[in-house]
Design a protein around this ligand. Structure first.
Ligand code: AKG
Ligand code: FE2
Length: 206
């Protein structure tokens, strides 16, 4: 993949910008050291109130193919589900602060995803809910097993999909018009993968 080095906008050299038109996506593969990342994975696995939610689809109740949790100051509707906020945990506030410093955005909520195996996944979507405002900044941390993260343009079919492997301890930033023009997903994989924890920090405005 073609990536250009970030030099401006106050983001550190640890970030590369993904080569995507109509988007602003930055990736720091080593945002945390391996040692820090191992500790965060353990802490989050144990302290988060992981739930298997169900969504209504085609008139049926279907379990989401991953575990989720929502923490922060405000509730949020996601995939047609209202998520009541749970109060911040110290480990989440610590991570929020690190991510805010690095990204230059502030966040009041975090959605956590737990992918138990390669059979857990997240389908194509954009994080374009009204509650997030018009050009939302979303900061996504990954701990545990590596998974492929794919982007596809919503309107220009001639633009190739972009794929990136999200590493243990990495940070992905999506901002500007990204959610308006692109969708993303975590596809299932038949490769054996370790469990993965993802945190997406968001700012709910409504
Ligand atoms: O697990 C990931 O990296 C993606 C999570 C995501 O797209 C979301 O929570 O909206
Ligand atoms: Fe998303």
């Amino acid at each position: 993949m073609n990536r250009s080095l970030m030099q401006n906008k106050g983001l550190s050299q640890a970030f590369v910008q993904l080569d995507m038109p109509d988007a602003e996506v930055y990736y720091a593969p080593v945002f945390f050291t391996k040692q820090e990342s191992d500790v965060y994975f353990e802490q989050l696995q144990q302290s988060i109130n992981w739930q298997q939610e169900e969504i209504r689809m085609f008139g049926k109740q279907l379990p989401l193919p991953r575990l989720t949790a929502w923490y922060g100051d405000k509730g949020y509707t996601y995939s047609g589900l209202y998520n009541a906020p749970q109060p911040w945990l110290p480990v989440l506030l610590q991570l929020k602060e690190r991510v805010e410093q690095a990204s230059g955005h502030t966040y009041n909520s975090v959605l956590l995803n737990y992918y138990r195996s390669g059979q857990d996944s997240m389908g194509w979507h954009s994080d374009d809910e009204k509650e997030l405002g018009r050009k939302p900044g979303i900061a996504s941390l990954s701990f545990g097993g590596e998974r492929t993260f794919a982007f596809r343009h919503r309107f220009r079919k001639e633009i190739k999909a972009v794929k990136i492997t999200l590493q243990h301890g990495s940070l992905l930033l999506m901002q500007g018009p990204t959610q308006h023009f692109w969708q993303h997903q975590i596809p299932k994989t038949s490769r054996t993968t370790e469990p993965r924890i993802n945190l997406t920090f968001r700012n709910v405005v409504a």
